[in-house]
Design a protein around this ligand. Sequence first.
Ligand SMILES: [Zn+2]
Length: 253
Amino acid sequence: MLLSKAIELRQEAGPRDGKNQMTSIDALKESLVNAGRILAHEDQGDYIFGHVTARLPGDDARFLMKPHNIGLEEITPDNLITVNLEGEKVAGDRPVHLEVFIHSEILRVRPDIGAVVHTHAPCAVAFSSLDRPLQGIGNEGALFHAGIPVFSETADLIIDQSRGKAVARAIGDKDVLIMRNHGIVTAGRTIEEATVLALFLERACKAQLMVEASGGAVHTCSHEDAVAKTARISTQSGKVFDYLTRRVTTGTA
Ligand SMILES: [Zn+2]
């Protein structure tokens, strides 16, 4: 479903060998800038909290990351920092987020993953407190109707490697994770995919919160319809990201 499109998107993102590496790094930085602006615009900013990362082209052991002390929408190509899989900053001027280990540990054990998003998405956080399965209420809910993992070991921030490893175990081979009373994690082959997954997950949680406040769903999407709809929607991540980029950069969309 998402995987095939993700691989396609990663291939579109640029070569991972030495040739044209500067171009692909510049493109990756631009995608991270746009991801931050999109997430903030879609109400997933939490003041200076929340972060996005993407593995460096041609270097599986280091990744670019939004620095601490700025908002998601304030990311620029020049203020991104470079971090290794130990969670240590190796380049850049600004400080690293305490929760860097969410990213470093997922990227360490998931070679198929090129980007990770962690936000304190408000509807997902509220929904996480209900301890209820996510239902196929709307289109986005259908994407997650088969169930998604929940991290409940702690509601505290993920401030060390051991907690980061626990988060990586919790997401396993899935693409999304709800961190109970805390936030969400999404993992994509590209930052575009991880970003759109975060938006879809938040919208699914928002729809269910509205339904729960009205007494709960009477009808939900059938398994067969959910599978069919997932196949259709999950191929659109790149186009959704492009649209949202146009909306935040030019205001023409
Ligand atoms: Zn957090």
